[in-house]
Design a binder for this molecule. Sequence first.
Ligand SMILES: Nc1ncnc2c1ncn2[C@@H]1O[C@H](COP(=O)(O)OP(=O)(O)O)[C@@H](O)[C@H]1O
Ligand SMILES: [Mg+2]
Length: 270
Amino acid sequence: MATSDQVCSCSGLSAGYGEEPVLRDVTLSVRRGEIVTILGGSGSGKSTLLRTLAGLLEPLAGSVRLLGQDPYALDRERRRDLNRRVGVLYQSDALFGSMSVFDNVALPLQELTNLPRSVIERLVRARLALVDVLSVERSFPDRISGGQSKRAALARATILDPWVLLCDEPTSALDPVAAAQVDRLLLRLRAALGMAIVAVTHDVESVRTIADRAVVVGDGRVRAIATVPELELSADPEIRAFFGRGRSRSPTFGEGTWQHEARHSSSASS
Ligand SMILES: Nc1ncnc2c1ncn2[C@@H]1O[C@H](COP(=O)(O)OP(=O)(O)O)[C@@H](O)[C@H]1O
Ligand SMILES: [Mg+2]
């Protein structure tokens, strides 16, 4: 389906709500199997950019390509086909509380394929095992840990083997152990399925672990797109400070605060 090596890209993109863009002139391209993280302060437009790339928020200007297609120019049927190949993981896991973990993960297969029940069961169990939540397959979302919930949401977002997975803050609100598990899981999913991943995060540990490249947004624009080693040597002192080793305090970036210390303030657990 993808006509080139690029699974997700945008050019001259302005993203936002109403008249005033949150981000302007964003040009980015994500290759097959690549993991790109989107970094920036709170309110800098990370989620807005992700939504626009995911085909969920029409651009104010410029263009978006997902698997070689403009998601905003497709009729319903083609859009449905595209949605099967693009996984989205929302910041709140958005698991349905009235359904078991198993049923949540089975849902996309039931809605978007004609596979028989026996095959769906096998596929779901295999994916639950891959993300290490098979033991809670019969549990409801309010009875499992934050880490398990995130992993189950990842299982649901990837059950159709998407070419690209877009996720918003997959490790925020998790304690360091659960966050590291999710990072390993993203790498495992990439290795197993070859999917590209675009992940919003302000967790510097996560960026170091998973990112092939990082996009840094701030002041209404893209401030850098580079690998972590390149960003560590950035001419922009704020970017350098964020990636510097041995920091004890959270540096500020633009008007927002880089909340990379989220890893050290545990809330939910696995
Ligand atoms: N649905 C919305 N309608 C209008 N403004 C919004 C909406 N969602 C976010 N914003 C605004 O857009 C800006 C960027 O938000 P967001 O993309 O959520 O930032 P981030 O994810 O980097 O914290 C913020 O000023 C926010 O208030
Ligand atoms: Mg956000």
